[in-house]
Design a protein around this ligand. Structure first.
Ligand code: FAD
Length: 305
């Protein structure tokens, strides 16, 4: 089975998520080629053929031109799978390519059954997974961040690609850095995070008291931030901050893939959850099955003493 992996190149660097696509291809033994719009001499680590279009000419972001370039590579390689990251770039371009090619598109893939050619995607707020079978032979997919281990190795055989006739009605003006406000969790050595399991805004204080007792920072899962209980700068995960402290304590956090991708590289992970089957137990060094509203205040008091 052949896969075309659509790498991302942003602000002069290959995005690490590109290597998760390589990890996906390796995990399932796919015959893979890559595509990038990148500068000459861009550092790409891949053991195989990489089609590279000039970022100077096509700019790092232009959905019309990048789509046309990708379709040109599809014509040359005839892949079974066209694989994007589930990123703003992937969301924008994957479905344009699928619509043009009139093929199935499946987003947020976290697993693959190669024999059945079915794709596993989360549903119901990641509480369940569903298995999706495309109706077309060729399929466009986007991979959920953190679902596959990145693989960064080898030297690519570069093949330049150019489409002199390609036109676009949009012009890329540049990236605008998000204003940095609030706390920088990436430099914290200890993070204690509150999840939806805290139940209500007032209970976040229980988790914050533990963070304070340990001299750490308060973090949060996305639902807690979305509910307005904690400042967005404290969100951990794919759409928050990616952290790797010495100690990460997750209080009432289930362990959805988007949260795990933001904290699983922590040195030591403690999770407190009243559900003994919560997926966070798979990454936790210490897993406490308890009601956090009872357990955390006792732990905080002991630590203070
Ligand atoms: P839940 O999944 O609801 O889990 C709550 C947990 O608390 C449960 O395991 C429950 O057993 C436990 N619990 C309940 N009461 C108690 C109690 N009294 N004591 C102890 N345990 C208790 N999420 C992020 O966190 N960060 C991101 O950056 C992020 N980005 C996303 C990006 C996209 C594109 C999408 C689609 C989703 C994203 N999410 C992100 C959301 C993610 O999918 C999950 O919905 C979210 O992480 C769940 O948060 P949670 O674990 O706090 O809540």
């Amino acid at each position: 089975m052949k896969a075309l992996l659509i790498g991302e190149y942003k602000q002069g660097k290959v995005e690490e998520s590109s290597y998760e696509l390589v990890g996906f291809a390796k995990q399932f033994g796919l015959d893979a080629v890559m595509f990038f719009v990148a500068d000459d001499g861009a550092e790409i680590k891949f053991d195989g053929k990489v089609y590279v279009a000039d970022a100077g000419k096509y700019t790092e972001y232009n959905p019309d031109l990048h789509k046309a370039l990708i379709e040109e590579v599809v014509n040359k390689e005839n892949p079974d799978l066209i694989v994007f990251s589930h990123s703003s770039y992937g969301w924008d371009i994957a479905f344009r390519v699928a619509a043009d090619l009139k093929v199935a598109a499946i987003s947020e893939v976290v697993d693959f059954n190669k024999d059945e050619k079915t794709f596993i995607v989360p549903c119901c707020n990641s509480k369940f997974r569903r298995e999706v079978k495309p109706k077309t032979d060729k399929v466009v997919v986007t991979l959920q961040g953190g679902a596959f281990q990145p693989v960064m190795e080898g030297s690519p055989q570069i093949e330049k690609i150019d489409l002199p006739e390609a036109k676009s009605n949009v012009e890329f003006l540049g990236f605008v850095e998000k204003e940095k406000t609030g706390v920088d969790l990436t430099s914290a050595e200890i993070i204690v995070s509150a999840g939806r399991g805290v139940g209500k805004k007032e209970n976040v204080e229980i988790v914050k008291a533990l963070a304070d007792a340990l001299g750490g920072e308060l973090g949060a899962s996305r639902p807690v931030v979305d509910a307005g209980w904690v400042d967005p700068s404290r969100q951990v995960g794919t759409t928050g901050q990616i952290v790797a402290p010495k100690l990460y304590i997750a209080c009432g956090i289930s362990g959805a893939i988007q949260h795990l991708a933001g904290m699983k590289k922590s040195n030591f992970i403690v999770a407190i959850n009243k559900d003994k089957d919560a997926p966070i137990s798979e990454v936790a060094d210490v897993f406490v099955v308890a009601d956090l509203l009872e357990f955390v205040p006792v732990l905080t008091e002991k630590l203070k003493k």
